[in-house]
Design a protein around this ligand. Structure first.
Ligand code: HEC
Length: 125
């Protein structure tokens, strides 16, 4: 009986001490949950694609994708109707030899290239 009392006392003391320690210390800083680690770049939104086009493509293909004389041709659903997504994606990623069309592979992610393909082939300027 004595022993049990002693154990109870120690448990009580330990619990009280733990409570005191945890209450006395500052509340732990709220840590924002870590963003899900992901190997994929998020798919750019349409606004990003607009900006991407304006930054990287408009100088040769025209702000309204109408093409620029002596530079790149038009990039519109009409002008690209005869080409598959795959072909367009390859052109963008590899460029066109002996023209000014650069290879974007390495400068744009696969997701960005996909998004720009969708943009030029399926949205009207
Ligand atoms: C330095 C100038 C230049 C820049 C910048 C440029 N292009 Fe081009 N692009 C060209 C030229 C020149 C051609 C070949 C002539 C043509 O057919 O338009 C071409 C061709 C293309 C074609 C093939 C068109 C077709 O009808 O077969 C696609 C698709 C294309 N570019 C997409 C892009 C995209 C997307 C960007 C931006 C990420 C871009 N280009 C940036 C110059 C450029």
């Amino acid at each position: 009986m004595m022993l049990l009392n002693k154990i109870m006392l120690w448990v009580f003391l330990l619990v009280t001490w733990l409570l005191l320690v945890s209450c006395g210390s500052e509340a732990p800083p709220v840590v924002a949950p870590e963003a899900e680690p992901s190997s994929q770049t998020p798919v750019p939104s349409l606004t990003d694609v607009n900006a991407l086009y304006a930054d990287r493509c408009a100088i040769c293909h025209g702000e309204k994708r109408q093409g620029r004389y002596g530079q790149g041709g038009a990039l519109t659903p009409e002008s690209l109707a005869g080409k598959s997504d795959t072909v367009i994606r390859e052109v963008i990623s590899e460029g066109i030899p002996y023209t000014n069309m650069p290879a974007w592979n390495g400068r744009l992610s696969a997701e960005e290239i996909n998004a720009v393909v969708q943009f030029i082939k399926y949205t009207s300027p």
